[in-house]
Design a protein around this ligand. Sequence first.
Ligand code: VGL
Ligand code: ZN
Length: 204
Amino acid sequence: MHALIVVDIQNDFCPGGALAVAEGDQIVPLVNAMMGDFDAVILTQDWHPADHSSFASQHAGKGPFELTEMPYGPQVLWPDHCVQGTEGAAFHADLDVDRADLIVRKGFRRPIDSYSAFFENDHETPTGLEGYCTSRGITDLTFVGLATDYCVAYSALDAASRGFRATVALEACRAIDLDGSLAEALTKLQAAGVTLTGAPNAIA
Ligand code: VGL
Ligand code: ZN
């Protein structure tokens, strides 16, 4: 069983959104077309409370894209984005959400961010996705979506570490590329045995 995992194709990660990824919206037709090629389609949705600790606005004297230290390790501070129930947190209007078997929400606990679809940023607290995949007999996972170097990469790395055969279809991803984060993510994915297809689409 092979599942397509569609990561965070939400308004705030598309042009005009609060944490816009360049060309983030351009992958939508390709992702929709891919859905029919898989045994299961799973969407993830970044889903933060308004006072989430990953927001720079919650840290006096800090600005977006600065680093801070959290109890679980270093954390990039982001502009407020994907606040629960807002238009920014909604899926891109053209994404074929009706095809999804499951929607996994993540980042809903104030003190901890969650890039990965499997574990929060402490690399310990599970989202439940592993159990879902295992109990459905899903062994292979292909990742697409936003952003290549954060939520897509962290999800694929965790998938590989949990024993899934993992692929990232780079042609259906776009990156934030903050301080070399895309190159770093690609190196880690290759080292972890994640299959990469397509070109990385860095907007340098
Ligand atoms: C993401 C930064 C903050 C992502 C989510 O979907 O890659 N990046 N929250
Ligand atoms: Zn987020």
